[in-house]
Design a protein around this ligand. Structure first.
Ligand code: BEZ
Length: 210
């Protein structure tokens, strides 16, 4: 059955470019971005892996670990890492699962046969420190992902876990946020002493410390 938001992310043990990984132990108390790519030595994937490597300081700042996956074997990942460094100017600084037996790809439904019978699609799973799935995305092989957008979602999830707000369209850190509609004005007055703008009774905007 497909994984849904709120489900516990399945645990697994698999080989990686940083040695065998038991997922739950490796995660610790971090957020995780688990993502699959179709195949090593392919152009879009090369740019994606280079981008994730370059964004490592941004992941670290959010207590978030990245982990990639394809069904290629470990020796292929190791050889490809050289190309990523050479062409993208970034060393592979996060683990890449070598899921040659497809065990993790099957657990997370990353092989979608109508797209490709033999390779994984571009899946993304954001998993919180309690091991709960908080975001799922599926991109086709031909479209490289925007990892800054995925970081933006992590920002939103982390903010909305700690404050009773939601984030509007195209929100980014520092922008106004939305007060949850379930909060009556009398309570909002106390929760948000900095004040808020009421555009409609259900659309109230405020700024919060992040
Ligand atoms: C790529 O990463 O460039 C790619 C992989 C599979 C199909 C199409 C493109």
């Amino acid at each position: 059955m497909a994984l849904r938001l709120g489900d516990k992310a399945p645990d697994f043990t698999q080989d990686s470019t940083q040695g065998p990984i038991h997922f739950r132990d490796w995660q610790g108390d971090s957020w995780v971005i688990l993502f699959s790519h179709p195949a090593d030595f392919t152009p879009v994937c090369t740019t994606e892996l280079g981008m994730v490597a370059k964004l490592k300081p941004e992941f670290d700042r959010r207590n978030t670990k990245a982990i990639g996956l394809s069904v290629d074997p470990l020796d292929s990942h190791t050889r490809w890492a050289g190309d990523i460094l050479e062409t993208q100017g970034a060393a592979l600084n996060f683990p890449l699962l070598a899921d040659a037996d497809r065990s993790v790809a099957q657990l997370y439904d990353m092989i979608q046969p109508e797209a490709s019978a033999t390779t994984t699609v571009r899946s993304v799973f954001v998993i919180d420190p309690k091991g709960v799935l908080r975001l799922t995305l599926t991109y086709p092989a031909s479209t490289g992902r925007n990892f800054e957008e995925i970081l933006r979602v992590v920002d939103s999830l982390q903010l909305t876990d700690s404050q009773r707000v939601a984030t509007p369209a195209n929100w980014k850190q520092g922008d106004e946020v939305v007060i949850l509609p379930a909060i009556p004005n009398e309570e909002a007055d106390k929760l948000f002493p900095q004040g808020y703008r009421q555009v409609k009774p259900y659309l109230r905007l405020t700024r919060v410390a992040e």
